[in-house]
Design a protein around this ligand. Structure first.
Ligand code: FUL
Length: 485
């Protein structure tokens, strides 16, 4: 009997089985919608951005100018925007967002459309352009540049009428065509009320939901610069965090349903702070807070600059809760960041460097209860490989799971940093962190959401094993990174 064909068949079967094992392809998890756009992802990764509030208020001592301030009050004696950009770069900020126009309507650039601008101020005899200077300094120091253009304008005679919307859009055309790439545009919710309004001196109320016709304005801006991130209560790029204290929700979803929101809508602070797991849009929270009590410089607040430790705590409640920090540093009447503010920023940087000096988990051994299809592509070692594009995943049917990091040596640990692979949506709803001590697992922290980044500050403890248990997730959890300090 000739066995040859059977042998050949069995051999080829063996080979093809071996081949299929080697190349076992497991489909990646499906995105859990909504997911961030490429521009939003880049925004998440910046983590710390700076706000700069500067206008006539700096010289009048006000926080909200009435709109009747004379252009002649704007006269910084030693304006040096390089000092701002250099300081921000050195202390780790990625973007500078400038108040090109605050509620008082004074423009820091020589807009063709108004006489209430720097052009009519003594600064450089009316030949100055702070927006230009700042955009160029940002470029030079490798910062992104953002603009704040207040929708509410207490100077403009037509505010509240259709003509003002044309004016506002014309100003956006100037900003978005004359000053290079703009990464973020800020329009806040303060709207309507008393003002100068070209001499009318009255109260004007607008309907925040309809007056500005934002969809038309945003598509105009997008037609000039498609990648810009829009900040407002309603996004659509990023949303307000709901307070000005520097505190994102401990539960912080990047998702929210935007159709019920608009800039300035009252009573939504709580929702903005936490977002909602079933939200239909990806609109992450941006945490704006000032280094001083006010947004603008006031000499009497020189002693009230937040200390490095306060800034560090704010970092933990913003970046550490999956948000992005937008820290305001207001230049003084010289046009410089004040010495006290610079000292605070440098101290803050030093503290960040000290607290997060050595990542004990870098390349540490990680094991997990299970991993997707048992293939390397989704193995737990991805959690400590320092590569943001790899992640640990479970099978689709598994929405809980735990992984353990073995540091090798016993060390004192103070912080556990967790990151989800948010490109495929935000998933984790509940987790605990345990450490191995006295022959037992002991809980040292717990939380709800993780999102882009979660930093858990724990009571310093000695251990060599850390376990993260995800006990609730909207779909199979995807963890891209864990760091231990
Ligand atoms: C608010 C404004 O009213 C404040 O003056 C400041 O600009 C803050 C960042 O946004 O809506």
């Amino acid at each position: 009997m000739n066995h040859k064909p059977v042998v050949t068949f069995l051999l080829s079967l063996g080979i093809s089985l071996a081949v299929s094992c080697q190349h076992k392809k497991i489909a990646p998890p499906k995105p859990l919608l909504p997911i961030p756009s490429a521009a939003q992802l880049a925004w998440h990764e910046m983590e710390m951005n700076a706000f700069v509030h500067f206008t006539t208020n700096t010289f009048t001592g006000l926080e909200w100018g009435n709109g009747d301030e004379s252009e002649s009050v704007f006269n910084p004696s030693q304006l040096d925007v390089s000092q701002w950009a250099r300081t921000l770069k050195e202390t780790g900020f990625k973007t500078l967002i400038l108040t090109c126009k605050h509620h008082d309507g004074f423009c820091l650039w020589p807009s063709r459309y108004t006489k209430h601008s720097i052009k009519y101020s003594p600064y450089k005899n009316g030949n100055g352009d702070v927006v230009k200077e700042v955009s160029e300094a940002c470029k030079k120091y490798g910062l992104k540049f953002g603009v704040y253009l207040s929708p509410w304008d207490r100077n403009h005679a037509e505010y509240g009428k259709p003509a003002y919307i044309t004016y506002y859009r014309n100003q956006l055309k100037e900003l978005f065509t004359l000053y290079g790439p703009i990464s973020e545009m800020w329009f806040d919710g303060a709207n309507g009320g008393k003002g100068y309004y070209g001499g009318a001196n009255e109260t004007r109320k607008i309907n925040g939901a309809t007056y500005y016709d934002w969809p038309t304005t945003l598509s105009l801006v997008r037609s000039m610069q498609p990648d810009v991130i829009f900040f407002s209560d309603a996004g659509p790029g990023v949303r307000w965090v709901g307070n000005e204290k520097g505190s994102a929700g401990e539960t912080n979803w990047n998702t929210i349903s935007a159709d019920t929101l608009f800039a300035g809508k009252a009573g939504i602070e709580g929702l903005l702070n936490t977002g909602s797991p079933d939200g239909d849009k990806w609109i992450p929270a941006e945490t704006d807070v000032s280094i001083r009590p006010g947004w603008f410089y006031h000499k009497e607040e020189d002693s009230l600059v937040k200390a490095p430790q306060q800034l560090f705590n704010i970092y933990l409640t913003s970046v550490g809760r999956g948000s992005t920090l937008l820290l305001n540093i207001p230049p003084d009447r010289r046009g410089l960041f004040h010495e006290n503010d610079i000292e605070a920023l440098k101290g803050f940087r030093k503290l960040l460097n000290k607290e997060f000096a050595v990542n004990l988990a870098s390349r540490a051994k990680v094991t997990a209860g299970s991993f997707r299809g048992n293939v390397k592509e989704y193995s737990p070692s991805n959690i400590t490989d320092g590569n943001k594009n790899t992640y640990w995943a479970t099978d689709d049917a598994i929405t809980t799971g735990s992984f353990e990091i073995n540091l090798g040596n016993t060390s004192t640990i103070k912080y556990v940093v967790l990151q989800e692979y948010i490109r495929l949506g935000q998933r984790v709803k509940g987790f605990t962190v345990e450490i191995w001590k006295d022959n037992n697992w002991q809980k040292v922290a717990e939380g709800t959401t993780i999102g882009y980044k979660r930093i858990l500050a724990i009571k310093p403890v000695e251990t060599h094993r850390i376990r993260v248990n995800i006990y609730s997730s909207r779909a199979c959890p995807l963890i891209s990174n864990t760091e231990i300090y």
